[in-house]
Write a protein that binds this ligand. Structure first.
Ligand code: PLP
Length: 391
């Protein structure tokens, strides 16, 4: 990209044909041509130039979807981007594209729980074995590599517990053993880190979160390098996964302000973190404290941090932690994140999978906060008052 990320996001996809700043929503199943010959010509073009947006049927895309693909391809610095109706659809497509019966996959233990359920339980029925590795221990990952290992699936940082890993070490292990790699980059987005540029074969972002940014769209993006493109293209065709053009339009609109929103999420999260850091009942799961391993790994690979953080809360009485969360007035209670508004969730470790490396004692409880775009001083006031309930 010659222009800066910021400038690119403001100008990408301008449509001089329709004279609109944002590409128009093109809804179509059947695409019509002037002659049968023209359909054949389009098919040939698609064969010769598989990323050029040459569609013959609506399931392959429309000009709105192609505009979003082109924007994300530039952001990710990838060969192509596949778009799915949800973020999890992109996780599914990434894994499904490269694994086959008899293969093994290695997954970082603190992954998004639907990713865990899909790999651990569902793939087993297809004779695909999943092993999980400790995100804080590269030797554990190394020891789990076998002749059958086909894919290493990383989520960075760990879902809800925010472990940051030494990504280039993982990539060199994979390269040495000729293993495919994928990273779920929903937390950082390519604004803060570009996994394909770093050497991953696949990079996943749930567009539901920061890309759309307004808690009213679902979508997923799977960026790929040239090496895996042919596998993913084939799998994409047989699954019938396709993002709707209305959702693609809303994601393009969200992307216009991705940089501005993420800058502000980061600024607010840092202010809230510096308040929480001093609170004696709270331990932060966020790259805040210099000198820690997580901070070092974040600092090595990321140019910034988003608004999602975890808190370990010290309390003898679990009910008092629930009371803390329930007394927050400016935080909504609900799943997902990445929108403009703040959210809070109390989570049981049992719901999240193994995570025994977290060292959570009986008197510690997990709370997840998404720091939104409100005035951070109001958020801090809200948190300060609610934390008084923790006993
Ligand atoms: C939310 C999320 C997903 C899935 O996105 P959906 O659009 O909800 O399907 C995948 N990975 C991570 C890390 C997420 O937070």
């Amino acid at each position: 990209m010659t222009k800066s990320f910021r400038t690119f996001l403001k100008h990408a996809g301008k449509d001089y044909y329709n004279r609109s700043v944002n590409p128009p929503v093109v809804r179509a199943s059947t695409l019509i041509f002037k002659s049968i010959d023209e359909i054949k010509k389009m098919k040939n073009k698609a064969k010769k130039d598989p990323i050029g947006g040459h569609f013959t049927y609506g399931r392959e895309g429309s000009s709105t979807i192609f505009a979003l693909q082109k924007i994300l391809r530039t952001l990710e610095e990838s060969y192509q981007v596949f778009l799915t109706p949800t973020g999890f659809g992109s996780v599914f497509l990434a894994i499904f594209s490269v694994v086959r019966p008899g293969d093994e996959i290695i997954v970082s233990d603190p992954v998004y729980s639907p990713t865990r359920a899909f790999t651990e339980n569902f793939l087993e029925e297809f004779n695909i074995k999943t092993v999980f590795y400790d995100p804080n221990n590269i030797n554990d990952l190394k020891n789990k590599i076998s002749k059958k290992t086909k894919l290493i699936f990383v989520e960075n940082p760990g879902s809800n517990t925010f472990e940051f890993q030494d990504l280039s070490k993982i990539l060199s292990l994979a390269k040495k053993n000729n293993i495919f790699t994928a990273m779920d980059n929903t937390w950082g987005t390519p604004y803060f880190i570009k996994p394909i540029k770093l050497g991953f074969d696949m990079s996943i972002v749930a567009a539901t979160k920061y890309y759309s940014g307004h808690s009213d769209v679902m979508g997923g993006s799977l960026a790929v390098n040239k090496r895996v493109f042919k596998y993913v293209e084939k799998a994409n065709k047989v699954t019938g996964l396709r993002l709707g053009p209305d959702d693609a339009y809303l994601i393009i609109r969200g992307l216009r302000t991705l940089d501005i929103r993420l800058d502000k999420h980061q600024e607010n999260a840092k202010k809230v973190a510096s308040f929480l850091y001093k609170h004696k009942k709270v331990k932060l799961l966020y790259p805040y404290k210099k000198g820690t391993y997580n901070y070092k790994m974040w600092n090595k690979y990321y140019s910034g941090a988003s608004g999602l953080m975890g808190l370990k809360i010290k309390a003898k009485n679990k009910k008092s932690v629930l009371k803390f969360v329930n007394s927050l007035k400016l935080f909504g209670y609900g799943y997902s994140w990445g929108g403009f508004e703040s959210l809070a969730l109390q989570q049981d470790l049992r719901e999240l999978g193994n995570r025994n490396y977290l060292g959570l004692s009986k008197n510690e409880h997990l709370v997840r906060l998404h720091i939104g775009l409100e005035d951070p001083n109001d958020l801090i006031k809200d948190l300060r008052a609610a934390l008084k309930h923790v006993k």
